[in-house]
Design a protein around this ligand. Structure first.
Ligand SMILES: [Zn+2]
Length: 92
């Protein structure tokens, strides 16, 4: 299935599903597809990892509520999450 991959568009497509994957909301067959891709795509593995950590961090801060993130970090987090197709709880 993998000949010379049209790497970036495939990655981009899957990256839009990563937040759902992390949230456990992705349909099983899409999960399997994503995992297959992750198995041989280092780039996406790194993105998954980073996104997972970012979301975790973000949620922790949201839960604490009173702790304000420095604006520079807040906007970087938001950007990272937006890139991953993740909508933060505060945006609803
Ligand atoms: Zn990829």
């Amino acid at each position: 299935m993998t000949n010379h991959h049209t790497h970036s568009s495939r990655c981009h497509e899957l990256m839009t599903q990563i937040s759902m994957y992390i949230d456990d909301e992705l349909e099983a067959h899409l999960c399997a597809e994503l995992e297959r891709h992750l198995a041989d795509c280092v780039d996406c593995r790194i993105i998954l990892n980073t996104t997972q950590k970012t979301i975790e961090l973000y949620r922790r801060h949201y839960r604490l509520g009173s702790v304000a993130l420095p604006p520079a970090i807040e906007s970087r987090l938001r950007q990272a999450l937006a890139d991953a197709g993740y909508t933060s709880p505060g945006d609803e």
